[in-house]
Write a protein that binds this ligand. Sequence first.
Ligand code: ATP
Ligand code: MG
Length: 601
Amino acid sequence: MTAGTDTSTHWPTIPKNVRALAVPPNLVDYDETCATFTWDEARKSLSGLPGDRGRNIAYEAVDRHAAGDRADHEALRFVRGDGSTHSLSYAELAEQTGRFASVLRSLGIGRGDRVFSLTGRIPALYVTVLGTFKNGSVFCPLFSAFGPEPVRQRLQLGGGRALVTTRALYRKKVAPIRDRLPELRHVLLVDADGTPDPDTLDLAALMREAPPYGEIAATQGEDMALLHFTSGTTGTPKGAVHVHDAVVAHYATGRFALDLHPDDVYWCTADPGWVTGTSYGIIAPLVHGVTAIVDEEELDADRWYRVLAEQHVSVWYTAPTALRMLMKAGTDRAAGHDLSALRFVASVGEPLNPEVVVWGQEAFGQPVHDNWWQTETGGIMIANYAATPIRPGSMGRPLPGVEAAIVARDETGAPRMQGGEVVLVTEPDAVGELALRPGWPSMFRGYLGEEERYRRAFAGGWYLTGDLARRDADGYYWFVGRGDDVIKSSGHLIGPFEVESSLMEHEAVAEAGVIGIPDPVAGEVVKAFVELLPGWEPSEALRLDIIGFARKRLGPAVAPRELDFTPSLPKTRSGKILRRLLKARELGLPEGDTSTVEAPR
Ligand code: ATP
Ligand code: MG
């Protein structure tokens, strides 16, 4: 055992109720693919701007197709609340994004200037993202449910020059803070209808009058393209900077991890306010020339199934919170819908409980492919990907071109160093911090305005992810917990995910969130917050039954000592369980940054 690893921990490899899923027959050789893959080769699969003028995401995602035989292919299909749809072909998208770039230019917004959006998932949002790239400006999304303060913070930190929004959102969230944003020169309303509010512009009118746009800005691969704020699960959100070269990673990972092919109808359920909704809701699918579905509404179980069935979705990329919601609603809800077009389901954002992977097989005829990445990594890094067998409960293996490792930590949680090098954990199943070797194209190039924080994310040539994980003997990575969430109890290191997954196996449990609370004897003990499935009522007998159930599975040292029922767990707006908030509330501590907390259901 390497010095500094946590020897006391017991980590079951595959949960007892789950069999490893059968290996499909068409798998390519993982080692061989990894050995032959290089990012430079991947770069060559995308053409770059004509005439060797550089690299621009919008060219690869839109104009390259519009200039070729996919011009009339449906690029984006928007599903409205009533189920009706509205589409943009690649040619239409090229035209509209060109006009938008032209509008920016006419307003004096240039290379490197920041353009923000604050809208729902409407066509104008997608035109804004890609048109901003075309102009060589930098795009930054704001989630439409943010209040005025989070909007102000992000606009200020990002130095936003222009903002695209709707009239209602402007009045409610931007007008009250406008005088505190001197750098914000232009607010463009998508629905001004000829009568913009004072100090705003009518985007549709400007688009109509815009002169035809010339050449796409000759951005270089290393030019800044995107500013993306993290989910704020562990604290104040950080602004991760991404560059145009990232598109190479979106392309490669779209193929490896999501198995995208040009004739796919692909649905990524994430909002572009979060990195998944941009990297995989816009860029990756369009670079592959597929048809991407955008649902403009908030979703419930029936609507998820309806969209999957009615739009003949073939590849679906979603999140554990959505899948758990469907599971909660019962498998028979899936039965009434024709999901025969669906051939690949993937999930990201939070640990995916093994039970959900296996349930997917029943409900969709497909297991769910979990994958791992972060706002900072810009693209998928570790995945149960199309060409490798799934291990339920595992995040999968590093994608080709990605070098991952487990780094040993010292008592303070810092990486253990030896002669300027970090100490890597080499033996299977020992826990440490998940680290990545920098060098992939969608790697973040900084936290805007926080150089020191960025610097601290690296040690000995590795990027430290802040997540704890272990690697099994076959090279699969297993999520243990965020560095900050891990519980130390009587010398054991306990990952909340393991405990939450066990609790979910109880017949009454819909979802669970687990934290450590101080204990004079053990240091910390495990406390669980449990949401029950419909039809179950909280009772003392049920509480004891669930605790007993967890004890049998996990042993008394790891099972929750305390358990509270809760009608709903606090989550980020991107759907992640907020353990730091459960803990702050439990201990009566300040709640910290709550800008990304979802309003309780
Ligand atoms: P913040 O950094 O502001 O605290 P955040 O880390 O939640 O927020 P994101 O970049 O959106 O912001 O999320 C990335 C994190 O989500 C990962 O570091 C990891 O903790 C978690 N995550 C993502 N995918 C998975 C997965 N498949 N399994 C387990 N955890 C995952
Ligand atoms: Mg993070």
